[in-house]
Design a binder for this molecule. Sequence first.
Ligand code: C2E
Ligand code: MG
Ligand code: MG
Ligand code: MG
Length: 284
Amino acid sequence: QAKLHGKGQVCEFAAGMDADLRERHDLELDLRRALSRGELKIHYQPLFDSSGKLTAFEALARWPHPERGMIPPDRFIPLAEETGLIVPLGEWVLRTACKVASTWRSDISIAVNLSPTQFQRVDLVETVSAVLKETGLEPWRLELEVTESLLMEDTAKALALVTSLRERGVRVALDDFGTGYSSLAYLHNFPFDKVKVDRTFINKITNDPNAWTIVESIIVMSHKLKLRVTAEGIETGAQLSLLKGHGCDEMQGFLLGRPMPETEASLLAGEKQTGRKMHEILRT
Ligand code: C2E
Ligand code: MG
Ligand code: MG
Ligand code: MG
């Protein structure tokens, strides 16, 4: 595929390479370097239950590029996917996030995103088990977020993987629900713990009745299927109260907390007693 390392190939490419391709090639080299030098970072975004209690953080990869500034994951994750760099990158995120979370209060979980390529690796379950053992994190505190595209590639294999992760006590969430094909068969056939409703729906629920009808139905249906529901991308108080009023189990969004550096997250997650409540965070 996008291997630019075959000998004669490099020259051929270099000669006719258009600006876009060159740019991508440079970025790939930079990403490879950043990864090997440990220059990538993880930010952590808080999640709350409906009583306002802090329940988890989602690990989100960040790339502070020396010249280009902060490169968002929407740009470098797809690149990492295409070049295979996602495997070491994803494993680094998993290991680092679990290590950090193992220092937190034991009622706070960590959510880690898995990309399709990572998911296709036969050794995924072994890697996850090894990381849990190494970091001492209780399996139920790790939640892996997968997307529908990843389930579609090879549904039977995906089902076996999710099942085997669940058997090890790890939780699995269906991320960005509503954006893909949203096949109800996935919800029905896969042993997910949770559905995360995509923020493109959440940001319309208070001004688009159809969007709200869809989200409300997802909540009702998921509960009947014994799945928990998380709303991502909550930005307004009106969205928050609508979701809370209709039994949404977990809330995430800029209104409640932006992705933050490790030190800040650990400060929130490390507090003894009951943890900080949503309304305390809203006040500060
Ligand atoms: P995601 O897993 O759906 O993560 C949620 C994204 O929504 C994050 O974007 C988060 O910052 C953003 N978000 C949360 N609340 C709000 C809000 O109220 N308003 C708005 N406008 N945005 C909000 P981010 O960090 O840019 O990540 C984008 C995507 O990149 C993630 O979407 C995920 O698919 C992917 N990604 C990030 N880190 C990793 C990683 O370590 N591995 C893999 N495979 N993918 C990752
Ligand atoms: Mg996610
Ligand atoms: Mg999401
Ligand atoms: Mg999303």
